[in-house]
Design a protein. Structure first.
Length: 86
C-alpha cells in the first residue's frame, strides 16, 4: 500500500471511530489512530483515562476492532501501542 493510500485509510478509520468516541469521552478517554502496518493491522493509541483503564482491552476488541472491521474488511486486527495489556 502506498503512503498516500495508507494515510487516506487512516483518515477514514479515524472518521469511523466518531461513533465510539462519545462512549470513551464519558469516562474521560479517547483513542487515536496511529498507523496501519503492511499486514493491515491498525495501531491505535489510548488517550486520557483509557490509558490505565482495565476495560480497555475489552473495548479494543468488542468496540473498536468490530467497528473498524465491519467498515473496512481488509483490516485484519487492531492493536493498542500503549495502555493496560492482558
Amino acid at each position: 500500500m502506498l503512503d498516500q493510500e495508507r494515510q487516506q485509510l487512516v483518515t477514514k478509520i479515524d472518521e469511523a471511530l466518531k461513533e465510539i468516541r462519545p462512549h470513551l469521552a464519558v469516562d474521560g478517554g479517547n483513542v487515536e489512530v496511529i498507523d496501519i502496518t503492511a499486514d493491515m493491522i491498525v495501531q491505535i493509541k489510548w488517550v486520557g483515562n483509557c490509558i490505565n483503564c482495565s476495560m480497555s482491552a475489552m473495548t479494543l476488541k468488542a468496540g473498536i476492532e468490530q467497528t473498524i472491521k465491519a467498515k473496512f474488511p481488509q483490516i485484519k486486527s487492531v492493536e493498542a501501542v500503549n495502555g493496560v495489556s492482558i
